[in-house]
Design a binder for this molecule. Structure first.
Ligand SMILES: NC(=O)c1ccc[n+]([C@@H]2O[C@H](COP(=O)([O-])OP(=O)(O)OC[C@H]3O[C@@H](n4cnc5c(N)ncnc54)[C@H](O)[C@@H]3O)[C@@H](O)[C@H]2O)c1
Length: 258
């Protein structure tokens, strides 16, 4: 797709079928990357890859649950082969949430959410890094959240997973910096995606202060998926060449208000 900020790069977007991950798949491809979309939603993933190709971009879909070690391994082997043995960018975006009073949460909720939000980053990063290291480095972007540092009632498990995403990002950055790998995180506020709208609806159901008025006060307005994708593009691209181990908040100033 001609020149672009990710021209000639091979990128993986987990959770890239829909939501902000979908917006990133589109944007990375528009900026010249070949994009491997990894998601559990086959139909949506195939459709997005097809739409990118129809616009002249390069993309394909690989179905995988990123919380499963076997599926991640098989997916990354396939992607690495299709990319000719070179993966430059990994956007670990797939994730989900549990909204419940803490005392009603179960061990199963904990294990599932930790697996989808945190173990997935461990599995994907571990599978992809050898390919990056063979070629002198790469860029990893993880999706964290304002919830990594701002506690929300009914979201103890979710907040805990995002705290882990924050620290995973920083620790990977320190271990692999000198081998040419950068690892950063995007940390969005509420985004207009299935995840974000469901979260707002469920929190409101429990009487948490996230009405339309609260949202305006907190972050001005809802964040659009493309705004998260733009931040991820910056972190994944050459303009962030000296940005490493950072957590970039995409929240319109929510967290800097006291
Ligand atoms: N929406 C928000 O308000 C908000 C705010 C902060 C952070 N986030 C983070 O963004 C990510 C969610 O993305 P979104 O808001 O774009 O929501 P979304 O629900 O629209 O998209 C999530 C995508 O991830 C995929 N996915 C979910 N579980 C998966 C799994 N096990 N394996 C592979 N793919 C899987 C889904 O199929 C979907 O395509 C999460 O990491 C979430 O913590 C969202």
């Amino acid at each position: 797709m001609g020149a672009g900020r990710l021209s000639g790069r091979n990128a993986i977007v987990s959770g890239g079928a829909d939501g902000a991950g979908g917006a990133a798949s589109d944007l990375f491809a528009r900026e010249g990357a070949a994009v491997a979309i990894v998601d559990i939603q086959r139909e949506a993933g195939e459709a997005r890859a097809e739409a990118i190709r129809a616009r002249g971009g390069e993309a394909f879909f690989v179905e995988a649950d990123v919380s499963s070690a076997d599926r991640v391994q098989a997916a990354v082997v396939e992607i690495d082969r299709r990319f000719g043995g070179r993966i430059d960018i990994l956007f670990n975006h797939a994730g989900t949430l549990v909204v419940k009073p803490f005392l009603e949460t179960t061990e199963r909720d904990w294990d599932w959410l930790m697996a989808v939000n945190v173990k997935s980053m461990f599995l994907m990063t571990k599978a992809v890094l050898p390919s990056m290291l063979r070629h002198g480095g790469g860029a990893i972007v993880n999706t964290s959240s304002i919830s990594a540092v701002a506690g929300t009632p009914m979201e103890v498990l979710y907040c805990t997973t995002k705290g882990a995403c924050h620290m995973f990002t920083r620790a990977i950055a320190t271990e692999f910096r000198d081998q040419g790998v950068r690892c950063n995180a995007v940390c969005p506020g509420f985004i207009r995606t299935n995840h974000g709208l469901r979260e707002l609806q469920q929190l409101r159901g429990y009487g948490v202060d996230v009405t339309e008025d609260d949202l305006r006060r907190l972050q001005g307005r809802i964040c659009e998926p493309e705004e998260v994708a733009n931040a991820a593009l910056f972190l994944a691209g050459p303009e962030a060449s000296f940005v490493n181990g950072e957590t970039l908040f995409v929240d319109n100033g929510m967290l800097v208000r006291t």
